[in-house]
Design a protein around this ligand. Structure first.
Ligand code: AR6
Length: 174
């Protein structure tokens, strides 16, 4: 049984077995969560990302997929990098966004991670509307078959936090 919890603030301040990064397919860093994770996690994360690019992900990490590295100096054992879809008004990319959550939980299961902190993938630079991003995140995690015991959504601001509270039905709902 997976418990869903909510937290508000900077995901790089969280303590968890795995922290999920809203990365891009280059795996080489960017803004938002990605920038914050590499800044606070230090160079060990980027070093492993470069190795992934030099080996199995030479063409980059495809949208909807996930891969783990060390968490460097973060208070976590792993960072799980996943690439969300860019929001498109004309094309339904929901399945790719759901895939990010499923694939990340799959990687977490393979690692034996019991607590996983997720940001609201694609709802920043990639432009996904927050309410719909929250819906997909919560529905996908609720439906997932996973051994992860706690999925913690870490929302940067009050507006995002409220969107997830509404979606869960009550604060810190299970
Ligand atoms: N902790 C928690 N949430 C955060 C933080 C933080 N430190 N910083 C931002 N958010 P984004 P995306 C929220 O842009 O939309 C990068 O350049 C933010 O308010 O980080 O998937 C990558 O390299 C938003 O609600 O990720 C990619 O190029 C959510 O996290 C691209 O951005 C996701 O915002 C990925 O875009």
């Amino acid at each position: 049984m997976t418990t869903i919890t909510l937290a508000q603030g900077d995901i790089t301040r969280q303590s968890a077995d795995a922290i999920v990064n809203a990365a891009n397919s280059s795996l080489l860093g960017g803004g938002g969560v990605d920038g914050a994770i590499h800044r606070r996690g230090g160079p060990a994360i980027l070093e492993e990302c470069r190795k992934l690019r030099a080996s199995e992900y030479g063409g980059g990490l495809p949208t909807g997929r996930a891969v783990a590295t060390t968490a460097g100096d973060l208070d976590a054992r792993w960072v799980i990098h996943t690439v969300g879809p860019v929001w498109s008004p004309g094309e339904d990319r929901s399945e790719l966004l759901a895939s990010c959550y499923r694939a990340s939980l799959g990687v977490a299961d393979a690692l034996g991670a019991r607590t996983v902190a997720f940001p609201a993938i694609s709802t920043g630079v990639y432009g996904w509307p927050m309410d719909d991003g929250a819906r997909i995140a919560v529905e996908t995690v609720r439906a997932a078959r996973t051994s992860v015991e706690e999925v913690r959504f870490v929302l940067f601001d009050e507006r995002a936090h409220e969107a997830f509270v509404r979606r869960l039905g009550r604060p810190h709902a299970r």
